[in-house]
Design a protein around this ligand. Structure first.
Ligand code: MRU
Length: 363
């Protein structure tokens, strides 16, 4: 495996803890955290030590397996009830990415298929590994489809971080770039810094630079000029939740990029696995948007406060890009195009068919 595509979330060798690379310390320090308690797991997700929609789903699945072992001395009914409580607690750490609650629900459903705790633990172990392995395969497939959208010499704009750190191995929005580099394609990437938490500067630049990919960091408010200069031929972003009509929640600032791209006639693609599609949300208005601490804007990355301490802040972590601004949604089942109500439903049907063994079963 290439060193820049290593897994950043995994079980400890004895299976009693979850190990994560602490993304809040990057790019300066490579520090790993060992998570054993529900509180540590909640905080790791809430504080973005582990972040990115697929990665928090994978982490939460491992978390629940670790916590399940700690309550295995209870009766079966007590065990299931405690497991549900732990899952509810972990799911409350971040509301927007559907992957978190979806992975936890999948683990709970798995436990409920067994009758004794020993079998439940075995099934939970298999399920969290499966969730991780599926994500690796999905990212790889998305990367292949995404690569068909890049031409030699292109300039590509990306926002936030949807690379290996946020997923598994190749990533989603950055996946085609790693694959393109491996296959000798020439292109140039512009990475938005992504205020206020700087995922683009700290994480995307770190990942792309380590892979030897040609990348330039820009402040979020420079995207319009870079597009006007003719330096961008395509935009690639990730997603945290995609509604049935194609409206897409992603890192705050994404919708602005999409509006600019439309103005300059640049294709704007969302890349994400079907695990991020939530057909129960009819439109983006149904997607809950996380609000975060004001100090992330006023103080976090500064030596001293950069705003009066008492000033009010509005700090939504995500915004919703209207489906009309999206040229395509790249999933592991291909590129969904408008009308998204139909194409996303078809992708989900393919997924369910594959899962039930009737269709493609490699994903
Ligand atoms: O708040 P974050 O850093 O977890 O936000 C992450 C994003 O918005 C990513 O673009 C998204 O999760 C896709 S990751 C493949």
């Amino acid at each position: 495996m290439n060193q820049y595509l290593s897994d950043h979330v995994h079980l400890s060798d004895d299976g009693t803890a979850v190990i994560i690379l602490d993304q809040t310390q990057l790019p300066c320090r490579t520090e790993y955290r060992t998570l054993r308690t529900a509180r540590e797991m909640f905080d790791a997700i809430q504080q973005l030590q582990v972040r990115g929609a697929p990665a928090i789903g994978i982490c939460a699945a491992y978390d629940l397996y670790v916590l399940a072992q700690q309550i295995s001395a209870h009766t079966t009914q007590e065990f299931l009830s405690l497991l549900r409580q732990q899952a509810t607690f972990l799911a409350s750490s971040r509301p927007t990415a559907i992957n978190l609650s979806a992975a936890l629900n999948r683990m709970l459903d798995t436990a409920a298929t067994q009758t004794c705790i020993r079998d439940m633990l075995s099934a939970l172990y298999r399920e969290c590994i499966a969730i991780h392995e599926e994500d690796i395969a999905m990212c790889r497939a998305i990367s292949e489809y995404g690569l068909t959208l890049i031409k030699d010499g292109d300039g590509i704009l990306t926002h936030c971080n949807a690379g290996p750190l946020a997923t598994s191995r190749y990533g989603t929005a950055l996946g085609p770039l790693f694959l393109g580099k491996e296959r000798g394609l020439n292109f140039h990437v512009f990475s938005d810094e992504t205020r206020p938490l700087l995922q683009g500067a700290r994480l995307t630049c770190y990942e792309l630079h380590r892979a030897g990919i040609d990348v330039t960091l820009i402040c979020d408010n420079m995207a319009s000029l870079v597009m006007k200069n003719g330096w961008i031929q395509v935009c690639f972003v990730g997603c945290d939740r995609v509604a049935a009509n194609g409206d897409t929640a992603n890192k705050i600032g994404t919708s602005g990029i999409a509006i600019l791209a439309k103005h300059y006639g640049i294709p704007f693609y969302v890349l994400g696995p079907t695990s991020t599609i939530d057909l129960s949300c009819k439109t983006g208005d149904d997607i809950p948007i996380e609000q975060r601490d004001a100090n992330e804007i006023k103080q976090k990355f500064y030596a001293e406060p950069m705003a009066p301490p008492e000033i009010n802040c509005y700090n939504p972590a995500f915004d919703v890009t209207d489906h009309s601004l999206i040229s395509g949604i790249v999933t592991e089942y291909g590129i969904c195009r408008a009308p998204y109500t139909e194409s996303l439903r078809t992708a989900m049907q393919q997924k369910h068919a594959a899962l039930s063994g009737k269709g493609r079963n490699s994903l």
